[in-house]
Design a protein around this ligand. Sequence first.
Ligand code: ADP
Ligand code: MG
Length: 434
Amino acid sequence: MTAKRAGKKKSVLVVGGGGREHTLVWSFRRSPQVGPIFAAPGNAGTAEIAENIPVGPGDIEALVKFARKERVDLTVVGPEAPLAAGIVDRFRAAKLAIFGPTKQAARIESSKIFAKKLALEAGIPTAPAEIFDDFEAAKRYIDISGAPCVVKADGLAAGKGVTVAMTEEEAHAALQRTMAEKEFGAAGERVLVEDYISGEEASILAVTDGERAAVMIPSQDHKRLKDGDGGPNTGGMGAYAPAPVIDGKMLNSITETIIEPAIAALSDSGAPYQGCLYAGLIVDFEGPKLLEFNCRFGDPEVQAMLPLLSDDLYEVCASTAAGKLEFNRFAWRPGAAVSVVAASKGYPGEYERGFAVKGLDEVGKMEDVIVFHAGTAKEDDSVVTAGGRVLAVTALGVNVADAVKRAYDAIGRIKFPGIYYRRDIGQKALARSK
Ligand SMILES: Nc1ncnc2c1ncn2[C@@H]1O[C@H](COP(=O)(O)OP(=O)(O)O)[C@@H](O)[C@H]1O
Ligand SMILES: [Mg+2]
């Protein structure tokens, strides 16, 4: 450990350009071991503390070439698409250290059918589901089993492939779009029709080297656009941590009944999993149940979680990538963090870009407040909007209530035409403490 700290600073390449990737860059910047950080392609926020390189996350060959040329010590992949496409396999073949699962292991996210089978075989608590590759058979099943039910496209669909159907008509319409009209292309050739579960959701992220795992603090995303969980699904409108819906005892049980069995099952299947394993859970009257696995850090969960991490994220990721995770638990700052996403008017539908973002300097000076950029770009000397989710303002506080107050105080000072954010991030935690 000490030998590692001495000597030359390490260089890190973060693949991606959203809020999660700015948060990763920010976290690596805090490590005394880390020198140069590159973001591919990054955003206006990563440009302040790292070097952006004009390579997208899909251009695996260009990323390998860059990592080789710059002798990058560690590459960390943000989004799922390059993982599902095999970026880790390609880097490993080039003898480059990389944090993330192989293509085979990433199927835990890239195929919901693979994940469901694995979960059921491993005895992981999850909703029962039927698998279909035939449209007519799926329709007949819905006629018999009825609603509510959940229709899920098997493959990656950028968060749009799942329909929670409260009526049979909605379920049929979802099947029609997915299997007949092929809205998600090949990702919808097979579907899962799964039982509906009612409860509160939470995210549990674990870091694993394929054998050992260390579980992070529970967090909660806010997927719907509008207050009170109304409106369409989005990439996530805010998050907070720790999420009190998962207490310490429940976290231990999630580790033993969901996280560890999944890691063991992947290992037994010949696809050992390295990286961040994200379990999307719902807690119903029986306890926590698995909704899905993701094969990477959560966005916007990490915008709330990582500012609370006391450990060195470089050590966490580098030891994982080396196959010997040096942590069995993580150290967290006391208190809580709340992250509120500011989006462009119209998101998640059509929106305009190129509006100047004001107030960043003022908010940047506030104590225990961090602005994580997502869809931003630099134009001349100003920061402009360049995406649907523009940025997230994270505030730390002594508890969720304090962090909520501080986050909204801060985001109120950020202005761009059409700025939209939810006003109720963290309210589920506050309701629980009442
Ligand atoms: N079995 C289920 N019962 C109730 N709601 C569900 C169920 N499965 C998924 N959902 C809802 O749909 C959302 C998206 O489903 P998820 O499986 O996480 O897929 P993805 O994130 O890939 O769209 C969940 O966050 C949850 O709100
Ligand atoms: Mg999900």
